[in-house]
Ligand binder design. Structure first.
Ligand SMILES: Cc1nc(NNC(=O)[C@H](CC2CCCC2)CN(O)CO)c(F)c(N2CCN3CCOC[C@@H]3C2)n1
Ligand code: NI
Length: 183
């Protein structure tokens, strides 16, 4: 299972690389990698597991964060979070997006960033995405709200982008044009 010691932190070069497409059908190794990523996110939302293994809670994690530069991430919102998304995304793409932007009113954090960085992170409010699942089957989703924000945060990791790259350096809380805050 993935533990905090397996998660690389800002400054590690892999976080700034462009991760490589994954060959389909998935090798057994890549299938295990994807399942381990999902297992981490699910574990990180379970009180006992958090206590027992000192996990930082998360709703997503990308392969580069465990030093594997492959285009795979997992996102999981548990049923009582009120959000409806639990996916393993292989070679994900945003195929279209709204003009309208959105941002988390509380800002963003990252399992690979051991400090709090205040500021609004502007992202697309609504996105249409494509990816492959564990069986190598392509799926398409339309996302909005926190699931859309999470997908963009994880996709950024596959492109060597960190959430704070999007924060306005002059005024981190500057009003973002045509944007809706998500609380
Ligand atoms: C929004 C949130 N971000 C948490 N952390 N950061 C992360 O997930 C990073 C990814 C998120 C940062 C912004 C969008 C994606 C991880 N990242 O770095 C991966 O690249 C949370 F932990 C969290 N929740 C709310 C839901 N809760 C359900 C019950 O269990 C606890 C859980 C806590 N919500
Ligand atoms: Ni992150």
């Amino acid at each position: 299972m993935i533990l905090m010691k397996d998660i690389i932190r800002e400054g590690h070069p892999t976080l700034r690389e462009r991760a490589k497409d994954v060959e389909l059908p998935l090798s057994a190794e890549d299938k295990k990698l994807a399942e381990d990523l999902m297992e981490y996110v699910v574990n990180s939302q379970n009180e006992e597991m958090i206590e027992k293994y000192d996990l930082r809670p998360g709703v997503g994690i990308a392969a580069p964060q465990i030093n594997v530069a492959k285009r795979i991430f997992a996102i999981h919102f548990d049923e009582d979070s009120g959000e409806d998304l639990s996916i393993i995304a292989i070679n994900p793409k945003i195929v279209s997006h709204s003009v309208e932007k959105a941002y988390l009113a509380s800002g963003e954090g990252c399992l690979s960033v051991d400090r709090s960085i205040p500021g609004y992170v502007p992202r697309y409010a609504r996105i249409t995405v494509k990816a492959f699942d564990l069986e190598g089957k392509e799926f398409k989703l339309r996302l909005k709200g926190l699931p859309a924000i999470a997908f963009q945060h994880e996709l950024d990791h596959l492109n060597g982008v960190m959430f704070f790259d999007h924060i306005n350096p002059d005024n981190p809380f500057a009003e973002i044009e045509n944007a809706t805050p998500i609380s």
